[in-house]
Design a protein around this ligand. Structure first.
Ligand code: SAH
Length: 353
């Protein structure tokens, strides 16, 4: 099988072009064609015929196929179900804000972390995604916007918060980030990419050394060992204290901070004492807290707290002077909100294709 063009980062491409003795400008031309223009056919524009023929003949240009599209009637969130070459599927979500979008990418088919509150974990891990399958979600979502919401094809933020644990598929995620960052391609700013992790230390170590500047979000959910163990089994192997000790010594840029995600679950981790534990833990750290009221899914064992409880929890945290945001459940009418992604289960209305 041919290698995918979309598995090459810019320096892979430069090396190849040098080895084949093509003009060095072919690298920027190709990146511009596929990543700025988002063209998915081999490039025959502005590039020497020999180089064009070589790239057309030696590489595969297929991308994950859009199987179904679910558009939220509530807030214009879009969820894509992508079919991969081996027929497995993953989901990607476009989250709108002021005529622009954030994209929530999947990094694995399913997930090995088995978190108690997450629909994806119940699928188990099927396999890692390749770089081209990760980058492909972005290109296909962009092309869908250009066609269905012309003028709105602006995806300015990338979050690795879809299916999978991105630091558990480090090599492919790293290369995808390099492609997103490349100047001649999508040219996304480093501070516009966020990787969210359940606390996978081996990946964290590589993250800080190999993709510095990319933002980190840690799924914290409880500072208390017994509760965190119940929610995130990985905590037994890599306890929160070790994860935080590791994060603390990562050099951050001036404007950089770590986001701590905290799912609020009714009568489990939503009391004033829980808020006090969290506040004390994070008050001396360059932290930003994202409170996520638990999103229910079919068969879930937990429930979301009331709006009043969420507001009280935030008010309590505010006394510790940590910037805290309540993340609203965009797209929950089409099971596109955090923790609701599961390839095998789709909401019944299939809106467009
Ligand atoms: N594996 C990574 C990224 C995927 S989850 C991680 O654990 O961070 C992205 C975010 O959605 C995480 O903060 C996760 O804890 C949250 N999430 C998962 N299930 C959820 C649910 N049912 N309700 C609300 N948030 C959920």
């Amino acid at each position: 099988m041919k290698q995918s063009f979309f598995d090459l980062n810019y320096s892979d491409l430069e090396t190849l072009i040098q080895q084949q003795h093509f003009h060095p400008s072919a690298a920027s031309l190709l990146f511009n064609w596929h990543y700025k223009k988002k063209e998915v056919q081999p490039c025959y524009t502005n590039i020497a015929r020999a180089a064009a023929d070589y790239f057309a003949a030696h590489f595969d240009y297929s991308l994950p196929e859009i199987d179904s599209v679910y558009e939220s009637q509530k807030d214009r969130t879009v969820k894509f179900l992508f079919k991969l070459q081996d027929q497995l599927t993953v989901e990607t979500v476009l989250i709108p804000f002021n005529q622009k979008y954030s994209i929530c990418l999947s990094s694995q088919v399913g997930c090995a972390m088995n978190c108690a509150f997450c629909f994806t974990g119940q699928q188990g891990l099927k396999r890692n995604l390749t770089t081209s399958e990760i980058v492909g979600q972005f290109i296909q979502a962009w092309r869908w916007l250009a066609e269905h919401r012309p003028g709105e094809e602006r995806i300015l933020n990338i979050v690795f918060m879809g299916q999978g644990e991105p630091l558990h598929n480090f090599d492919a995620v790293k290369k995808a980030c390099e492609i997103f960052l490349a100047q001649h391609g999508t040219s996304i700013g480093v501070q516009k990419i966020t990787i969210s992790t359940a606390g996978y230390i081996p990946g964290l170590q590589r993250w800080s050394e190999e993709i510095p500047g990319v933002n980190l979000a840690l799924s914290l959910h409880s500072p208390l060992t017994a509760k965190r163990n119940e929610l995130i089994p990985l905590n037994k192997k890599y306890p929160l204290a070790e994860v935080l000790a590791y994060i603390d010594q990562i050099p951050l840029n001036k404007k950089q901070f770590v986001t701590y995600e905290y799912i609020l679950i009714k009568d489990f981790n939503d009391s004033p004492e829980d808020a006090a534990h969290l506040g004390r833990l994070l008050s001396d750290r360059p932290a930003y807290i994202n409170l996520i009221p638990f999103n229910a899914f079919p068969g879930a064992q937990y429930q979301p707290p009331s709006t009043a409880t969420v507001a009280a929890f935030k008010a309590h945290l505010d006394t510790y002077n940590i910037p805290t945001l309540i993340r609203d459940a965009k797209g929950d009418d089409v099971l596109a909100a955090c923790g609701q992604l599961n390839s095998k289960y789709q909401s019944s209305e299939r809106v467009t294709r």
